[in-house]
Ligand binder design. Structure first.
Ligand SMILES: [Zn+2]
Ligand SMILES: [Zn+2]
Length: 328
């Protein structure tokens, strides 16, 4: 099979021919239809996340068809279409795992980081951590739901019953979760990089009630904010924008250092919290909601051989929704 292999830090993935893996025990072999590119892939490339597996196949927003199943797989069969998310597997027995917090398991494995991911014609996944994808989504448009969607969903849940939500960093996750939030009767205020008018227009087209730069103030006090941009200085900015009792949710896996700020910004029972990974319950809830609310994901498609072009365009902010790699 063809796979884009990353051999080390500060290198680029290179396309090679290699042996197709075989599924063992609870694993399935998935023929990859589509795999979306995520900010986290850039963090692995840049060494922001420690100790990735090398050589590594990146990519953790995978949709594909099962071609083989391991001998202990009971929940899936050959021909099923599945989504493979960032959370590849957990120990299933630690305190976190048995209390509904498997996203925090110390022994968790992560797709496209500590196990191989989806920028290849085939990948191996643990059947117990795969999701079934609603039939109303084709694989290309479903791929960004697997991380941008799921992490966005978990971030949105952490805003509680907030009705006015600011989103800082209006990329793949924001564009998936905005229609979900609107369907719940919430208002979304989009904050982009200062001066990024094209992205502000995109946010307004998606139904946001206001869009501006992160250096601007929202026209109303916000109940909560979600920060998807990996920019720590946005934390005090967002704290300033929310009302007493509000929450700032940091949705990214990596953030630059948060500058010091006065206690008055946190005072008034404001909360800052991070979002770490996802649980299978998030996936079940999210995909059930997507059966009720169709979300049109905006995608730019790239062949596997153009992965590095996709990465460069994504990094420079040229891609409005999500970049999706098609391995065939
Ligand atoms: Zn565990
Ligand atoms: Zn991701």
């Amino acid at each position: 099979m063809k796979a884009a292999i990353l051999n080390g830090l500060n290198q680029k993935p290179i396309l090679v021919e290699c042996d197709r893996p075989s599924p063992a025990n609870f694993e399935v072999l998935v023929r990859v239809d589509a795999c979306a590119l995520c900010r986290t892939d850039l963090h692995v490339l840049d060494g922001d996340l420690s100790s990735p597996k090398y050589p590594l196949v990146l990519g953790h927003e995978i949709v594909g068809i099962i071609e083989e199943v391991g001998e202990r797989v009971e929940n899936l069969q050959v021909g099923d279409r599945v989504g493979v998310p960032w959370l590849a597997s957990t120990c299933l027995k630690c305190d976190y795992c048995v209390s509904g917090k498997e996203n925090l398991c110390d022994s968790a494995k992560f797709t496209g980081y500590t196990v191989d991911g989806g920028f290849a014609e085939y990948t191996i996944a643990d059947a117990r951590f795969c999701f079934s994808i609603p039939d109303s989504y084709d694989s290309v448009h479903a791929a960004p739901l697997l991380c941008a969607g799921l992490i966005g969903w978990r971030s949105l849940r952490f805003t509680g019953d907030a009705s006015r939500i600011g989103i800082y960093g209006f990329g793949a996750a924001a564009h998936v979760i905005t229609p979900v939030a609107l369907s719940e009767g919430r208002k979304i205020f989009a904050f982009t990089s200062p001066g990024d008018k094209a992205r502000q227009v995109f946010a307004m087209e998606l139904g946001c009630c206001w869009a501006g730069g992160s250096d601007e103030s929202a026209p109303e006090e916000l109940d909560a904010a979600i920060i998807f941009a990996s920019v720590g200085s946005l934390v005090p900015t967002a704290l300033k924008a929310i009302r007493k009792g509000g929450t700032v949710v940091c949705g990214g896996i990596h953030m630059t250092d948060i500058p010091s700020f006065g206690y008055d910004l946190l005072w008034g029972e404001r909360t800052i919290r991070s979002v770490a990974n996802l649980t299978r319950a998030d996936g079940r809830d999210f995909f059930k909601r997507l059966d009720e609310v169709y979300i049109h994901t905006h995608v730019s498609e790239f062949e596997l051989s153009k992965l590095n072009d996709a990465t460069a365009e994504f990094r420079s902010g040229q891609i409005k929704g999500a970049a999706v790699i098609l391995p065939r």
